[in-house]
Design a protein around this ligand. Structure first.
Ligand code: IMP
Length: 189
């Protein structure tokens, strides 16, 4: 089975490819000739995932799945949430985003946070969604070189290493995207 994953983010592709069985072949947006920025204008993570999946179905004709992820920080009332990519500005700079987050959390009593991923799937004229959540805390400083985005400042509950210090297989086992992908795989099989 071939399925388009509505992303050109190499890190996300790597994570998802490592999870799906060999019977499912993941195709990226560049593989279908799509190199444009897909609109993500919804005020919710769920809404953005659905918007991306429907956009590809409508404009390129492929059944596909899309993910949208946000980091929700308790002491910041759920921010940056759906605005995680552009938290520190339009250039989506991961280090600037983390620097801003660490600054905003200075002196705050709670550093609890969670990653939330919603995967939206369009197949046979239907739209389904799957949600994965990973709870943890925001560290005082960046640690680790692996992963992407906010991984160097996210310490998953029960672990002493950030997502950026863990192996991809470990992040996938407990992570938000991994959980949502497992539900997607169960649905597809
Ligand atoms: P997106 O809109 O799903 O691409 O992601 C929104 C923001 O969350 C981007 O800044 C990403 O770098 C960040 N992000 C998404 N997934 C992860 C992850 O697994 N770890 C760390 N940051 C992530």
């Amino acid at each position: 089975m071939k399925l388009v994953f509505a992303t050109n983010n190499k890190n996300k592709l790597k994570e998802v490819q490592a999870l799906v069985p060999s019977t499912i072949q993941i195709i990226s947006l560049s593989d279908i000739g799509c190199n444009e920025d897909i609109p993500e204008t919804s005020p919710t993570i769920e809404g953005n995932a659905k918007q991306k999946a429907l956009y590809i179905k409508e404009h390129y004709g492929y059944d596909c799945f899309a993910d949208d992820t946000g980091l929700e920080v308790e002491a910041l009332d759920g921010a940056p949430g759906v605005y995680s990519a552009r938290y520190a500005g339009e250039d989506k700079d991961a280090h600037a985003n983390m620097d801003k987050l660490l600054k905003e959390l200075e002196g705050k009593p709670s550093r609890k946070a969670q990653f939330k991923t919603v995967i939206a799937l369009t197949t046979h004229g239907e739209l389904k969604s799957f949600t994965g959540i990973c709870k943890g805390t925001i560290t005082e400083s960046k640690k680790g070189e692996k992963g992407f985005g906010y991984d160097p400042v996210f310490l998953p509950d029960g672990y002493s290493q950030t997502f950026a210090e863990l192996l991809l297989s470990e992040k996938n086992k407990i992570g938000h995207r991994g959980q949502a992908v497992q539900q997607l795989i169960e649905h597809l099989s």
